[in-house]
Design a protein around this ligand. Structure first.
Ligand code: AMP
Length: 214
């Protein structure tokens, strides 16, 4: 049995599509009956169990070994620095970690920053020689500068639509982010053949799509 933790939300659909393209059995409909666990028995890969969990929790499931492998954004991995192996850049859910704010604030020094990434935000502003007050939030980050809670946000930007809708602009692009395949360290030893096979077929599928783009 191989247990796979997927980040719920926009990355899960992309992960499942990639899985299927690579010929790995995957659940047909993730929204079905609000299920959070899907079991596929006796597939060509043996028994497969998929867990749908919050993105920030994927590394926890994998580090503690209740999931053998997981798919999660590089943003979460950078913020958490967990004891897991990062095996492959899946290239899905591409976006950027950015500092953003209202255009009128661009030339003023950062003072207060709203974010889901307090550690990365702290490291970034320290590297700029600035001590800022970090305001940790778990969602709707873009609201913070609009209502005057902070003068900056540090968050993911994909299309820029959300920033634009709030009258905000990117001040700096800090890191490129995409979904990564991660593995539990002991599963990587005890289920090595299966984990290697998974990494290999996904890697081959990605190489094929890069070829198709050329
Ligand atoms: P967008 O409007 O496309 O720039 O998306 C921005 C909003 O979606 C922000 O609230 C981000 O936190 C969130 N977001 C963007 N990309 C991702 C991603 N790859 N995974 C999860 N959330 C994302």
């Amino acid at each position: 049995m191989l247990t796979i933790a997927l980040a719920k939300g926009r990355t899960a659909d992309a992960s499942i599509a990639l899985w299927r393209d690579a010929g790995i059995p995957a659940p047909a409909d993730l929204d079905e009956g609000r299920a959070l666990m899907f079991e596929l028995k006796s597939t060509a890969w043996g028994d497969l169990r998929y867990l749908l969990v919050k993105p920030v929790d994927v590394p926890t499931y994998v580090q503690f070994g209740v999931a053998d492998v997981g798919v999660v954004g590089k943003d979460v991995l950078m913020e958490q620095e967990r004891e897991v192996y990062e095996l492959l850049d899946l290239g899905t859910a591409q976006c950027k970690l950015c500092v953003a704010g209202h255009p009128s604030e661009q030339d003023s020094p950062a003072r207060k920053v709203a974010t889901k990434y307090p550690r990365l935000t702290d490291a970034y502003f320290r590297s700029q020689g600035r001590a800022v007050e970090i305001v940790p939030l778990s969602g709707s980050i873009e609201l913070a500068p609009v209502i005057g809670l902070t003068d900056r946000i540090f968050d993911l930007v994909q299309t820029g639509t959300t920033l634009k809708a709030h009258g905000l602009v990117v001040f700096d692009e800090v890191a490129e982010v995409s979904a990564r395949l991660i593995a539990n360290k002991s599963s990587y030893r005890t289920k090595r053949a299966l984990v290697d096979r998974l990494t290999k077929v996904l890697g081959e599928r990605l190489a094929r799509s890069e070829g198709e783009l050329v």
